[in-house]
Design a protein around this ligand. Structure first.
Ligand code: DOR
Ligand code: ZN
Length: 345
């Protein structure tokens, strides 16, 4: 196969930031994607309907001319989240999910949840109205090894929440382990999982062998090879439990290349070319449309996109090594392999 036309994809987990960074990164996503679930971890976070409406307006104002890109807004769950405000924002179609960050789990998560009993009423209301909870699935306990934090979260936090609040729709965001993939597959219609582009490509060696590589450091951190292979099997399986959420997370080079550098891989620019390469390597190009354009809308109860993109195989595609932003350069994720699939609208 040298040409593949699929419905225009959506990104079910995206960081757009704000201000100068938003202006620079939004066109990278809007070029190929119709919609994206927009993460609310700004400083301060997007916690109310009013915050979400104002952030959506700033995103709409930053869109390239003629772009039909649609941001799907989320709220950041805190122990103070107001149920009435959340329900009102969902009823008018302003928000499409609520994001749970365990406090301290990742970038700008200090306002996240410490005591899960404090958010039970909010979760029960979300179950009633069918509003999905997007979960950053890592425990933050000091004594748990960073490579085990996802598996321990499933057992200690996620499974109890799902038993406690039956009917709650949950997306396990950016799964990085076989444990995560197995749990998502067995969870029924109310459970889904996003998989990032970079976790299909890198394992922990890419971060640590031959010198430390800050541009491959993200959270959850990439795991051993057996987990990467499990994620590739999951993404290319055709199982509707799994869909694309790039977690494309821009940080300036200055903030990545620090003694305590930020977590995040910026993949918006080359995600579709990388995915086509990965799906071709797995002999599963016929499963790419499901992963990138069909399973997500089905889970979120949204229509699939009507227009299409075409992927064409040829000479290796070129893309910039960095994108320039008003805050400084942002390095584009390097998959360390030639990409042969170019994307046209
Ligand atoms: O690598 C990450 N970067 N993981 C996250 O969970 C947050 C994100 C960010 O906002 O930079
Ligand atoms: Zn994220």
């Amino acid at each position: 196969m040298t040409e593949l036309t699929i419905r225009r994809p959506d990104d079910w987990h995206l960081h757009l930031r704000d201000g100068e960074m938003l202006k620079a990164v939004l066109p990278e996503t809007a070029r190929h994607f119709a919609r994206a679930i927009i993460m609310p971890n700004l400083v301060p976070p997007v916690v109310t309907g009013k915050d979400a409406a104002e952030y959506r307006d700033r995103i709409m104002a930053a869109k390239p001319d003629g772009s039909k890109f649609q941001p799907l807004m989320t709220l950041y769950l805190t122990e103070e989240t107001d149920v009435r405000d959340l329900r009102a924002a969902a009823e008018i179609g302003l928000i499409h999910a609520v994001k749970l960050y365990p406090a301290g789990a990742t970038t700008n998560s200090a306002s996240g949840v410490r005591d899960f009993t404090k958010v039970k009423r909010v979760l029960e209301n979300m179950a009633q109205i069918g509003l999905p909870l997007c979960v950053h699935g890592e425990v933050t306990d000091d004594e748990i090894d960073i490579f085990d934090r996802e598996a321990v979260f499933i057992e200690r936090v996620l499974d109890p929440i799902r038993r406690d609040v039956p009917g709650l729709k949950v997306v396990m965001e950016h799964i990085t382990t076989k444990d995560g993939a197995d749990y998502a597959r067995e969870g029924g219609d109310n459970l889904g999982a996003t998989i990032t582009t970079h976790h299909l490509v890198i394992n922990r060696n890419h971060i640590l062998v031959g010198g430390i590589k800050p541009h491959y450091y993200c959270l959850p951190v990439a795991k051993r090879e057996e987990h990467r292979l499990a994620l590739r099997r999951a993404a290319t399986s055709g199982d509707p439990s799994y869909f694309l959420g790039t977690d494309s997370a821009p940080h300036t080079d200055a903030n990545k290349l620090l003694p305590c550098g930020c977590a995040g891989c910026f993949t918006a620019t080359n995600t579709m070319s990388i995915l086509a390469e990965v799906f071709e390597q797995e002999n599963a190009l016929d499963k790419l449309e499901g992963f990138a354009a069909l399973h997500g809308p089905a889970f979120y109860g949204l229509p699939v996109n009507q227009d299409t993109i075409t992927l064409t195989k040829g000479d290796p595609v070129t893309y910039p090594e960095k994108i320039e932003t008003g805050d400084g350069p942002v390095t584009v994720f390097d998959p360390q392999m030639p990409l042969h699939w170019s994307v046209s609208a």
